[in-house]
Design a protein around this ligand. Sequence first.
Ligand SMILES: Nc1ncnc2c1ncn2[C@@H]1O[C@H](COP(=O)(O)OP(=O)(O)OP(=O)(O)O)[C@@H](O)[C@H]1O
Ligand SMILES: Nc1ccn([C@H]2C[C@H](O)[C@@H](COP(=O)(O)O)O2)c(=O)n1
Length: 226
Amino acid sequence: MHLSVRQKDSLMRHGVAISIDGPSASGKTSLAYALASRLGTRVLDTGLTYRAVAYAASRGPLPPDGRLFDVLRHELAAPGARPALPAVVYHGEDITDAIWSAEVEQQLRFISADPAWRRDITDHHRAIIGGHERMIVVGRDCATTLMTNADCHVFLTAMEAVRRERRRAQYRTQPERAVNVGPVTRLDDITREHVSRQPRGLVLDTTFLPTPAAVRAVLHHLGECR
Ligand SMILES: Nc1ncnc2c1ncn2[C@@H]1O[C@H](COP(=O)(O)OP(=O)(O)OP(=O)(O)O)[C@@H](O)[C@H]1O
Ligand SMILES: Nc1ccn([C@H]2C[C@H](O)[C@@H](COP(=O)(O)O)O2)c(=O)n1
C-alpha cells in the first residue's frame, strides 16, 4: 500500500523523523536517500562522523573534550539530496574519500567502543540536527540515542555473506577502500531488540528485498503509524 496523496502531502509539509539502524551494508544509506528524495527530507549519516574521528585519530592524538569538532565539519545536503563533495572536512582538507581506507577501518573499532567518544559524537550530532529535527538519521544506535521520538524506527538486517558481497561489489573499482564487513555486533543486537519492541518500529531483512521495496514498506508503515 502507498501513502495517500493527503498523507504524503502532510509528511512533506510537517516533515518526518526516521531513524535507520543496522549492520554494515544492510542498505541503510541507500534506503535513507531513497526515502529522502520521496519525502524531501535531510539525511544525517552518523557513521561518517565515526569514520572522520577515526581518520583524525590515525593522524595523531585527539583532544578528548569535543574540541575536535571545531576543525571537523560534516556537511548536510539540501533536503532530498545526497551531499555534494566535500561532505566531510578536517582542518580544511576534504576527507570524504579518505575516511573509507583500511587504516581508518582499524581505528574505527577503538572509537566506536569508547563511551567518551560515543557521547561526544552523539552530542555533536544533536548540534548538527539542531533546527532540522524532522530528518532521517542513519547509524547503529539512532533509535536509542538521537531519535528516540522518531515517527518511525527502522532496523535493517541482511545475511552476512550477502552484506559482504554487496560491499565487495560496491568497491570493486576502488581498491583503496576497505571492504571488510563483519558479523552483526552487540550494539546492532541491542538496537534491533529495541526497535522490534517499539510500536513505531520496523525490522526489515533486505537479503532479498531491493531498496524500492524497502522504501514502500517504510512508507506503508509510516501511513499506519500516523
Ligand atoms: N536492499 C538492497 N538490495 C541489494 N543491494 C543493496 C540493498 N541496499 C543496498 N544495497 C547495496 O549494498 C551496498 C551497501 O549499501 P549501503 O551503503 O546503503 O549500506 P549501509 O548499511 O549504509 O552500509 P554502511 O553502514 O557500511 O555505510 C551498496 O552497493 C548498495 O547499492
Ligand atoms: N551511530 C553509529 C554509527 C556508526 N558507528 C560505527 C560502526 C562502524 O564501525 C563505523 C562506521 O559506520 P558505517 O559507516 O559502517 O555505518 O562507525 C557506530 O558505532 N554508531
